[in-house]
Write a protein that binds this ligand. Structure first.
Ligand SMILES: NC(=O)c1ccc[n+]([C@@H]2O[C@H](COP(=O)([O-])OP(=O)(O)OC[C@H]3O[C@@H](n4cnc5c(N)ncnc54)[C@H](OP(=O)(O)O)[C@@H]3O)[C@@H](O)[C@H]2O)c1
Length: 302
């Protein structure tokens, strides 16, 4: 593996850069400069969502980053996500027609003609879930999304698509780190050529989402274990963040680190000058603690 622009196959025609820049919890005050700085630091993959309520300013950052770096839109991979609604929160599920409109609205806010990947953010669509998926296939056919996929879907949700005889998603974006390894879901995805994209890779760090009010269901046990990866990182002469992100890319998962801090931003894309040896990968494989913690408001796969 070499270079920050390494990609993983997404389907037979497209590939996804192994390191993307996450935009959740980036305020509208910070987004333009932060995204433009990420592009200047070498990120060529930006992950956003209508649910993050920052698409306009993320779009402004993309525009300014591309301009300053003198690179073309085609050299950047952009992911956007449909907010599917959630009846449990009094938010009616989007119909197929509304799904098409939502994608157009996201493109307008981002200032883009197409996205490289459009995802259903969570399986909350209930009896509209398949209709939403059919609409994503239509968006791909119309060229508004080069690839389409889902996020936070479990085997049951993926099976629903399979049973309907529809093409399977190109990708499933899920919480993945040594404390949430989801082996059964990943083996199902591998068998169906669904690429894994890892979010919240940095959950084990004491610095993960420390600001008051940021969504997190981290347990006290996890908080007490915040130096679990320190010795291993020291062995490779890297930060714990780099170790956790390298674990993801070494397993073949694209990762999406978010940081407002320029040093961390640079560090998080510098993952290709070391590799984790087999013994340490085997140790990390034993550290699974279950489903994950990034959605404090409830398990998004339910
Ligand atoms: N599909 C979904 O449901 C879903 C859910 C969650 C996330 N995501 C996507 O995945 C992206 C990443 O997930 P995330 O934002 O939860 O978390 P993350 O990238 O795993 O971690 C971000 C947190 O770690 C800190 N951090 C970043 N780099 C660090 C470093 N080198 N050393 C120490 N601390 C560091 C950041 O603080 P500073 O900013 O202060 O550096 C921030 O608090 C999101 O932004 C979003 O795009 C998707």
């Amino acid at each position: 593996m070499s270079g920050p622009t390494i990609t993983f196959p997404l389907n037979s025609e497209t590939a996804i850069p192994a390191v993307g820049f996450g935009t959740y919890l980036i305020s509208n005050d910070d987004a333009e400069l932060t995204i433009s700085s990420a592009i200047a630091a070498g990120y060529r993959h930006i992950d956003t969502a209508s649910g993050y309520r920052n698409e306009e300013t993320v779009g402004a950052g993309i525009k300014s980053g591309l301009h300053k770096e003198g690179i073309a839109r085609a050299d950047l991979f952009v992911t956007a996500k449909l907010w599917p609604g959630n009846p449990a929160w009094g938010d009616a599920p989007k119909t197929g027609e509304q799904t098409l409109e939502e994608c157009d609205a996201s493109l307008a806010r981002l200032g883009l003609d197409y996205v490289d990947l459009y995802l259903i953010h969570a399986p909350y669509g209930g009896n509209m879930r398949l209709e939403q998926w059919r609409a994503l296939l239509e968006l791909k056919a119309r060229g508004k999304a080069r690839s389409v996929g889902v996020s936070n879907f479990n085997e049951g949700h993926l099976d629903e698509i399979k049973a309907a005889g529809l093409p399977m998603p190109d990708a499933n974006q899920i919480e993945l780190h040594p404390w949430s390894q989801k082996p059964k879901l990943l083996s199902y995805m591998k068998a169906h050529d669904i690429a894994p994209i890892a979010y919240s890779s940095l959950v084990p760090l004491s610095t993960w989402r420390v600001e008051k009010g940021q969504d997190s269901a981290k347990t006290d046990d996890m908080k007490a274990d915040s130096t679990a990866f320190k010795a291993m990182a020291e062995k490779y002469g890297v930060s714990e963040a780099q170790l956790l992100l390298r674990w993801g890319v070494q397993n073949g998962y694209a990762v999406l680190p978010k940081s407002l801090n320029p040093d961390r931003m640079r560090q998080n894309i510098d993952l290709f000058s070391f590799s984790i040896d087999e013994a340490d990968m085997a140790t990390m494989a034993t550290m699974d603690r279950g489903e994950g913690v990034a959605w404090a408001s409830g398990d998004p796969s339910k």
